[in-house]
Write a protein that binds this ligand. Structure first.
Ligand code: KG4
Ligand code: ZN
Length: 329
């Protein structure tokens, strides 16, 4: 089954062709520079940029993929920003109608959970950690289409914490990649920031960690070596918090594999520590390539492919900015 996927839920415009779990093309047109001056995604600007960028991305994705008849067009139905979601849906439905094939609405979180399948054969059940600018979700996946969200953040998402702390450090937006780069040159043991555990739940909380960075700085903007040490210490606290709870949940729910998804899954320390502690506990840790961690249409096309090949019906309900992750199998 060959599927064209479109992803426009936030600030990346992406189009991709996936055929039975194999990536044929993946085009991502980033809007980072457009939103950077505002230190966050401006929904109206994002929607306008998707409008400009989507069709060129589709044309390139189809060209890169080479010849072949499409079986469906998939798009992100939610969660995400309403304007950007609607643009993806209208484009997908128009293309699908012209080609006389189904349009399939996909949950963005399901895309992140299944993205690792584009490069690895997963053994179910899988414990998936989806960490992005908008999400910190711990999901038990019993198989494709069978999901239970065990926990999520009670306040800031992991990526949001990175972006807010980067601001306190005087760094640009988005903060994750800059903190990651500086942390590589710093000492992670320099400052003992708290590891918020939220005992008795599978939830996360990052606002306390952010506040403790604020108190540590006392209004100063760190520079040079101190800044690198603070980046490394903050990054270590986030990575340990995420890894320890994920590995604990994988043990408790008898998962076989652990997967990561979302923009923060591109973080070097989170990837290394998840591999180290997950494998020490006996799990296979499957890390998608960084381009398949951040928002991309390949994961959307793949999730649609999984659903349609299992005999599921195309799902075209309304776009929903806070669409919950539901099972379909
Ligand atoms: O999944 P994503 O591309 O977009 C959504 O939020 O849906 O994630 C963006 C988030 C931003 O908060 C960014 O700071 C963070 O992912 N991020 C990182 C890294 N690369 C991106 N955080 C930590 N380390 C990174 N290398
Ligand atoms: Zn995402």
């Amino acid at each position: 089954m060959r599927i064209l996927g479109l992803e426009t839920s936030c600030d990346d415009t992406s189009a991709s062709v996936v055929e039975d779990g194999r990536l044929r093309s993946n085009v991502v047109s980033s809007q980072t520079a457009l939103h950077a001056p505002y230190r966050g995604v401006v929904p109206e600007l994002a929607a306008r940029a998707h409008l400009d960028n989507l069709m060129p991305a589709v044309a390139k994705a189809l060209k890169d993929a080479g010849r072949g008849k499409l079986d469906a067009v998939a798009y992100t139905r939610g969660p995400g920003l309403m304007g950007p979601l609607l643009i993806g849906k209208v484009a997908a439905q128009t293309l699908a109608r012209l080609l006389d094939i189904p349009a399939v609405g996909v949950n963005h979180l399901e895309g992140h959970v299944l993205a690792a399948e584009l490069e690895h054969r997963l053994r179910w059940p899988v414990m998936a950690l989806v960490v992005s600018g908008g999400h910190t979700d711990l999901v038990l996946a019993k198989g494709p289409g069978s999901y239970r969200v065990l926990g999520r953040t009670r306040d800031d998402a992991a990526g949001e914490a990175y972006d807010k702390v980067a601001r306190l450090f005087g760094l640009g937006y988005p903060g994750g990649p800059e903190i990651d780069a500086r942390a590589a040159k710093g000492d992670a043991a320099a400052v003992a920031f708290p590891r918020p555990a939220m005992p008795g739940t599978w939830d996360f909380s990052f606002s306390g960690l952010k506040t403790s960075v604020l108190y540590h700085l006392k209004g100063r903007v760190p520079k040079g070596r101190e800044l690198n040490d603070l980046c490394a210490s903050f990054q270590e606290a986030v990575a340990e918090t995420l890894v320890d709870k994920t590995v604990l949940a994988a043990k408790r729910f008898k998962a076989k594999d652990i997967v990561l998804g979302g923009g923060v899954a591109a973080n070097s320390r989170l990837r290394a520590l998840m591999k180290e502690r997950g494998e020490a506990a006996g799990f296979a840790v499957r890390l998608p390539a960084r381009v398949l961690c951040t928002d991309n249409a390949a994961m959307i096309a793949h999730a649609a492919c999984r659903r349609l090949s299992a005999g599921g019906s195309p799902w075209t309900g309304p776009c929903d900015p806070s669409l919950p992750l539901r099972s379909w199998a």
